[in-house]
Design a protein around this ligand. Structure first.
Ligand code: MRU
Length: 341
């Protein structure tokens, strides 16, 4: 099944609960915006493109449950709901993009019934397009990989981070589909271990060879000549930086030092060229994510913790950005990225 989808029978959002992976594959249902926000905040659904779909479906759900009796009131209510959904994860731009895209589409409606129909159709379109875009992105990126390459990746930019297929892992999947043998080194991705829990599981399901390392081993494996390229996803791409899971910046510095290509794989919807790095809010998460591991205390309960979810990799560290429209090398120009095929 897809990572996140709309359940037509119950008019609810269904998703894989990623907090339980890899021990358990469980599908959960969100029947209120509150439960969706909880699922986003606690990372039951996560990854920029999957959050884009979550934002769209969230607005459709809110509209269906609204008691507003005019288009104007409904619009106002949905804008408020949209702001609440967006605030759950401020760095990943696709969440806000998904909310805004469905709201914009509903402007064409003539009445509230039409609005409901358009909102749901647009949310479903985001999900359908994501799968198709990732396949195109994957095919473009696969051309950068050689047979027998070893690729280092961070966090999870696979099918669980998208509606299906994946961005960074989509590139690897497409290369394998083309007949190339690709080995993956997956960084654990502390503190929530998306790499150790989800990337390894996804790749093993697909029988793609994967080796797990801790985040702090990336410099060592690059120094040992074990890595041919690094491919990561992105949560937001500003004019001057790529925001991705905390730890990505460190890998980019190491890759530059060892002259290893550092690729970013992301759909055009992740670009935010209206902003610069210093205008982006980096999500700060609860310190207990570092004080506990799997429910076990691993640090003093009252230790001060700094827990940013993302970091910013300066553009000069990026060899190329892979999108559904092709592979782009610096300087990255938004018009080219958006329209080139
Ligand atoms: O906190 P997460 O797990 O949502 O962070 C996800 C990432 O950093 C991914 O690399 C990014 O969203 C790209 S997913 C295709």
């Amino acid at each position: 099944m897809r990572t996140i989808d709309w359940n037509d029978e119950n008019s609810t959002i269904i998703m894989v609960d990623q907090t339980l992976l890899p021990a358990e594959f469980k599908v959960i249902e969100c029947d209120t915006v509150g439960s969706l926000c909880e699922a986003i905040w606690s990372l039951r659904v996560r990854g920029a493109p999957a959050l884009g779909a979550a934002g769209g479906f969230g607005i459709a759900l809110a509209a269906l449950q609204s008691s507003a009796d005019s288009m104007e009131t409904l619009f106002d209510d949905l804008h408020k709901v949209g702001n609440i959904i967006k605030s759950t994860r401020p760095t990943a731009v696709n969440l806000a993009w998904g909310v805004d895209r469905v709201l914009d589409a509903a402007r064409d409606a003539y009445d509230t019934d039409g609005m409901l129909r358009i909102l749901l159709l647009e949310a479903k379109a985001i999900a359908d397009e994501d799968v198709e875009l990732n396949k195109r992105l994957g095919a473009h990126g696969a051309a950068l990989l050689n047979d027998s390459d070893t690729v280092l990746t961070h966090c999870n930019a696979g099918r669980m981070a998208c509606v299906d297929w994946g961005t960074a892992l989509g590139v690897i999947r497409s290369a394998v589909e083309m007949g190339k043998e690709i080995n993956v080194i997956a960084c654990e991705t502390r503190p929530l271990n998306q790499g150790g829990r989800i990337t390894t599981w996804e790749l093993m399901e697909d029988k793609i060879p994967v080796t797990l390392i801790t985040d702090s081993m990336s410099g060592h494996v690059m120094q040992q000549g074990m890595i041919d390229s690094v491919i990561v996803g992105a949560d937001r791409i500003t004019q001057d930086a790529v925001f991705n899971k905390i730890g990505t910046y460190t890998h980019s510095v190491m890759a530059k030092e060892h002259e290893i290509p550092f690729y970013v794989a992301a759909p055009v919807s992740t670009f935010d060229f209206e902003n610069m790095e210093d205008q982006v809010e980096i999500e700060l998460r609860n310190g207990d994510e570092l004080r506990f591991l799997g429910g076990k205390q691993i640090a003093p309960l009252d230790v001060q913790v700094y827990n940013p979810a993302f970091d910013a990799t300066p553009m000069e560290k990026v060899t190329a950005i892979i999108t559904e429209n092709g592979v782009f090398r610096p300087p990255f120009l938004l018009d080219e990225v958006k329209y080139k095929n």
